[in-house]
Design a protein around this ligand. Structure first.
Ligand code: SF4
Length: 317
């Protein structure tokens, strides 16, 4: 594990855990991310709908052992998991009530071990960045108590390099989004004009820690490495073309890329007419063409509008 300073969480002090640095005293109020003092888990289950290198062939046994954390520091206006990331209107101090259950470090440890017992192929931590110190403690405890599965950090990539350094040696597979390379789009849809800079720095650190994606030939499952998710927005508002160019130039075309065509207008997308529609087949085909022209050869593509059908390895080398 890294010798870097471990970000701490103290509910009595202003929180600066993520790039929002919103200074919420989470013991008294919810942060921008919606989180209070306790780790809140919305759902834990064997998930068949992740990329095949995480969920395994479907229908089939197992699945990715997903733990969905409530709240999110990015909070996109079109969020398709908005019930989990924003919560429902409620009486708490933030005006939102995140769904799920409060979990201690021991509870989280037990959840991970239970998913392993149920046949999960990996432990898939979905949007956990605003709980990094507690999740880190649970991972250390779970490893000491027999967790053998690869651990996946499934993230918006809107997180600090310091927080990621604290996960070195504990996370095996990083699965970041790269949502925007256009600062105006990041500001408009996620109130995060710094997203392109923050996310690219974060992804560089992830690659430094785990390298390229490694897949076990016998099982088809990932055991280690980095895979970058690109969610195509209508009109390519987030600039997947620039994201692919950046990945090719900076990380290399051996980087596994997952090009996602599942966008549909959700949550507050109706307030933004230009993204208040699905992605067209022509838009998706253009993104896929860019990906192939740049020479990427590892990853997955999806049918437009699909949420669960993946085609692995779009071009075998
Ligand atoms: S983790 Fe949440 S509370 Fe802490 S700085 Fe980020 S948004 Fe604010």
């Amino acid at each position: 594990m890294s010798g870097a300073a471990v970000p701490s969480f103290d509910p009595t002090r202003p929180c600066r855990l993520c790039p929002r640095a919103c200074n919420a005293v989470r013991g008294q109020e919810a942060g921008f991310c919606g989180a209070g003092a306790a780790v809140r888990v919305a759902l834990a289950q064997l998930h068949p709908g992740e990329e095949p290198f995480l969920s395994g062939p479907q229908p089939g046994p197992g699945g990715s052992g997903a733990i969905f954390f409530s709240g999110c520091a990015l909070r996109c206006v079109y969020c398709q998991n908005h019930e989990i990331s924003f919560g429902l209107p409620g009486p708490d101090v933030s005006g939102q009530a995140l769904p799920g259950h409060d979990c201690s470090v021991d509870d989280l440890t037990a959840l991970m071990l239970e998913l392993q017992l149920c046949g999960a192929h990996n432990i898939n931590l979905v949007t956990a960045a605003h709980y990094t110190p507690q999740v880190r403690a649970a991972l250390i405890q779970a490893r000491a108590n027999g967790l053998r599965l690869p651990v996946v950090w499934n993230t918006s990539a809107y997180e600090t390099v310091d927080a990621l350094l604290s996960l070195e040696g504990l996370v095996d597979i990083y699965l970041p989004d790269l949502r925007y390379m256009d600062a105006r789009a990041a500001a408009r849809y996620s109130a995060a004009p710094d997203y392109p800079r923050i996310a690219t720095h974060a992804i560089l650190e992830m690659q430094r820690q785990v390298g390229a994606l490694v897949i076990d030939e016998a099982t088809g499952l990932a055991t280690r490495g980095l895979a970058v998710r690109l969610l195509l927005l209508p009109g390519d508002a987030g600039r997947v073309d620039l994201a692919l160019a950046w990945i090719a130039d900076t990380l290399g075309t051996e980087t596994a890329v997952s090009l996602m065509g599942q966008y549909y207008p959700a949550h507050r997308a109706a307030h933004h007419p230009e993204i208040n529609r699905g992605v067209t087949r022509a838009e998706y085909a253009a993104a896929r063409r860019t990906l192939e022209e740049l020479g990427f050869w590892r990853g997955c593509v999806q049918e437009v509008g699909s949420s669960a059908d993946w085609t692995p390895d779009f071009r075998q080398k």
